[in-house]
Design a protein around this ligand. Structure first.
Ligand code: HEM
Length: 412
């Protein structure tokens, strides 16, 4: 019975700053049943085994079977686009093969090397500009001043969203990220707010897609809206809206939190911050270690498609299964001295970007945005000091500080 409440404690806001002692207790039973019938996989071996098991499904909502092409916005007037998406055209993060693979394939087709390289250069420039705006300041909030604006601008530019509309995306991205929390659907107020927000963003995206069809640019949305992808042809309109919204939501708060968690960890490990200042090329190792040590995506939920026997437990068909990526990252069976932050470690097989079919499609973007931010912060902040223990955002699954205020002597 003691284990039955551990996941509730993980979700409890008062444990947001440090859920790791709870994860250690959860790991004592590799796969444990919670009082509500949810199963939690907490060790590295159990998470890996379930993540790669084809009998585990991402269709955690009722199934959404619909042809992927030829779904124009004709019946938009009958019900809002949001409803089409939630009823029948869910974003591919919530879908299984074959639909998942086809939709994901269409996105990957547009993630060309040229686009990624161009956004990499752009990220370096954006980071430099954001820090230049703070020159002369004696305090910086890593969240508001850098981590928050950077990814939204990157994804908007990649998708060809006009600059003047970017501020709208800030609000939408933050609100819709709450939908990734497991209990958000139980809260009427959150659901109502999400629905309004979904209506706004989907109507906006539908309009933008029409514009991109009339006047295609060289952005990713123009590509998705006008070009045929292998195995799918031209993506149906509702799937296109759902995919665009997914890219925005999945790529925003996650990146904010990776930059912020990384900077917080560096502030708590001054020797690592010093080394990064002297050696900016070390940033990739720092961020990969943060993905193990304190990842933004702490867990994801799946559903068992069959009875699954694992580590002495049988998960019954239909049961929700929580894959605790963050607990797996601290598993002593998988990592030497797991509670030590050590970017030079060689045993780092983290789940920070997930794994298997649903491995993060935006990982290259997330990596270079975070590298650019960390190298610049370490190099340019003069004598940074942690002004307070940071307050956390409400989310447990997508976890990170609301603000990270540092006192500084200036910005070089
Ligand atoms: C999937 C993490 C940035 C788009 C995932 C998954 C994780 C993850 C853990 C797997 C979800 C699952 O297994 O259910 C992160 C982190 C990021 C980041 C930590 C930033 C540091 C991005 C960016 C984008 C993006 C920048 C888009 C531009 C996606 C999409 C999926 C995904 C579309 C779904 C993939 C699928 O279902 O096949 N991400 N992500 N992510 N991510 Fe990311």
């Amino acid at each position: 019975m003691a284990d039955a409440t551990l996941l509730d404690q993980v979700k409890d806001r008062k444990n947001r700053a440090d859920p790791y002692p709870l994860f250690a207790r959860l790991r004592e039973t590799p796969v444990s049943r919670q009082h509500d019938g949810t199963y939690v996989a907490a060790t590295h071996a159990a998470v890996a085994s379930l993540l790669y098991d084809p009998r585990i499904s991402s269709e955690t909502l009722p199934p959404s079977k619909r042809p992927l092409t030829g779904n124009p916005f004709t019946d938009w007037v009958v019900k809002p686009i949001r409803q089409h998406i939630t009823d029948t055209h869910r974003p591919f993060i919530f879908r299984d093969p074959p639909d998942h693979d086809v939709l994901r394939g269409a996105v990957m087709h547009q993630f060309t090397r040229e686009r990624v390289q161009a956004m990499r250069k752009r990220s370096d420039r954006l980071v430099a500009d954001l820090l230049n705006e703070k020159c002369g300041a004696r305090e910086i909030d890593i969240v508001d001043d850098l981590a928050y604006p950077l990814p939204v601008t990157v994804i908007c530019e990649l998708f060809g969203v006009p600059r003047e509309d970017e501020p709208k995306f800030h609000g939408w991205a933050t609100q819709l990220a709450t939908a990734l929390e497991p209990d958000s659907l139980d809260d009427d107020a959150v659901r109502a707010k999400n629905s309004r927000c979904f209506d706004e963003i989907s109507a906006y995206m539908a309009g933008l897609i029409r514009d991109k069809r009339r006047h295609p640019g060289d952005d990713m949305l123009s590509g998705l809206a006008n070009e045929s992808a292998p195995g799918i042809g031209r993506m149906g309109d509702y799937d296109l809206v759902a995919t665009s919204i997914l890219m925005l939501v999945a790529g925003h708060e996650t990146t904010v939190n990776l930059i912020t968690n990384s900077m917080l960890t560096l502030m708590r490990h001054p020797e690592a911050l010093e080394r990064l200042r002297a050696e900016p090329g070390w940033a990739p190792r720092v961020l990969e270690e943060v993905q193990r040590f304190d990842p933004p995506v702490q867990f994801r939920t799946r559903k068992a498609l069959a009875d699954l026997a694992i580590e002495g437990t049988t998960i019954p068909e239909g049961a929700p299964v929580v894959l605790l990526f963050a607990a797996a990252g601290r598993d002593p069976q998988a990592y030497a001295d797991p509670d030590r932050f050590d970017p030079d470690r060689h045993d780092n097989r983290h789940f920070g970007f997930g794994g298997s079919l649903h491995y993060c499609v935006g990982a290259p973007l997330a990596r270079f945005e975070t590298e650019a931010a960390l190298a610049a912060l370490a190099g340019r902040l003069q004598n940074p000091r942690l002004a307070e223990d940071p307050p956390y955002r409400p989310g447990a699954a997508l976890r990170g500080p609301q603000h990270l205020r540092l006192a500084i002597d200036g910005i070089a």
